[in-house]
Design a protein around this ligand. Sequence first.
Ligand code: GLN
Length: 193
Amino acid sequence: MVIGVLALQGAFEAHCNCLRAIGVDPCYVRKNADLEKCLGLIIPGGESTAMMHLIEAVGMRAALLDFAQERAIWGTCAGLILLAKVVENASFTPLGLLNIRVKRNAYGRQIASFSTSITIHPDITTPALFIRAPQITEILSKEVEVLATHAGMPVFVSEQNLFATTFHPELTGNLFIHNLFLQKIQEKAYVYV
Ligand code: GLN
């Protein structure tokens, strides 16, 4: 079982360590061919504008859209921004795969970053680190399931083969969501080998 981590920019190494900790081989995805052996992909946190520029620069937009047709993708923070259908305040065109509207840097500057705990439906509590995080300001489809909220706003959503968190579970030492993503990949529809 190989899960890819987009490794062009941002907090990819922490995700790779979490994958190793749950017995999965991470693949550092830096070019289209790297995607071939991956059963799922994590798009990490970082800086969404820089990451999107790098995706375009290496010619990976179309390959990511193809990948999403049959395999699972989880975007954390900047990764969620890239997956969104609509980004209110971005100078780039997101991948547009996930039916949410997003506002970047919605909690304020870096200094307004915070750590809290969230409850994942129905009763799992995990730590959550919000680093210059976006907010999901609107859900654009009934297909989008809200798996956790913070202060009344969705912070963890799922739509078919997509997962997205506005926070960083990979920096907390808690592997619950990584395990959940692994389960999602192992569920029938996304295992294509
Ligand atoms: N503020 C960043 C952006 O807009 C996201 C921050 C993060 O990934 N921790 O890309």
